[in-house]
Write a protein that binds this ligand. Sequence first.
Ligand code: DHB
Length: 421
Amino acid sequence: MSTTIRTRVAIVGAGPAGLILSQLLADAGIESVIVDSRSRAEIESTIRAGILEQGTVDLLRAIDPATRVDTVGHRHDGIELRFHGEGHRIDFPSLVGRSVWLYPQHEVLKDLLALRLGAGQDIRFGATVESVDDSNALHPAVVATDAQGEPLRIDADFVVGADGSRSVVRATVTGSRSGGYLREYPFAWFGILCEAPPSSQELIYSNSDQGFALISQRSPQVQRMYFQCDPDADAAAPSDAEIWDALQARVPGTTLHEGPIIQRDVLRFRSFVAHELRRDRVALVGDAAHTVPPTGAKGMNLAIADVVLLAEALRALLGEGDERLIDTYAERALDRTWKAQHFSWWMTSLLHTAPDAGDFDRRRQLGELRTVVESEAGRTYLAEAYTGWPQRVERISSITKAPTMESTPATTNSSRKFGPA
Ligand code: DHB
């Protein structure tokens, strides 16, 4: 039996971006329906990155009184850059007055799903989206198959693709599933979750002659660690002992606490930005719009920054018929996206060893690392980007009720804009 439902905003994807968008829309009295091909249990158990920017945490606190970011998550005031046998701490509060939180994405998702389902949000789990029907530009529709295998159509006033890097909605916006700016990398991360006490209280980003490693944490009992590997590496191939040897060799100066490895995966690196983020009444957010390599943990934060802009634009469009913010959504979202693209690429190239790197490249890289850690300007750039640039929101207080995120401060540098206003 086929079903047609009608809503104001159809959101494809129940990840952090889709769920937060539904909350911000509901706060403005705008109804939405979310569809996701996964089950709730799958969404809540997928292991992803764990670092939240200051602005992301401020938003979660403003929208969700039950968020566990302050009870289960941990504030981190710095990271360590390790290279050439030395550790250099980058202290965020003293450099930029902000911090980050280690709070894994699947925990954020548990909080957000409980929040939205508790408020009666319509979420169709296990529903596979086939396409977006935009033949009526003012009333696009999502064409899907529901969890029972029956046709499902969602007629809306706006469709949002929050459906990740393999987005189906992207084709409607860019004309193809892949159309965008792309860079691939000659390395990947081998990631593990292990049952062991923390080897370090803060994250260690380690550059070594053997390649890169990242020592992160999850809880007092479970740790997350990564080391640079070949993009074609097989996650099942190495023994636990070989994994520990590879990790330990890349973090000289710290004796890692070893324990049973309970999960292992290979994360491929990609930088991608879609050529377009919006066409008529269909828009992309998060990984559907752009992907960053994992170094620096920008992915989820960038998705949420998109959503703050889009929610405000949809509120103006659907609430007041004002098209000005939706017309500039892509340009404003891309402003932050390209800064985050640069930062993620830069952290990646700063810390990893390219397979074809020679002696010159190695010494140049150590020179670059010294340039960063020995200069307050260098450390400040890293801290500013890592903790997240303030959100550029014209009317943020109207979105979150509590005015938690800073608006862009009045120009503090001497830049001038030329060309058409
Ligand atoms: C984690 C992942 C990252 O990509 C990063 O830069 C920092 C931490 C993590 O999974 O803990």
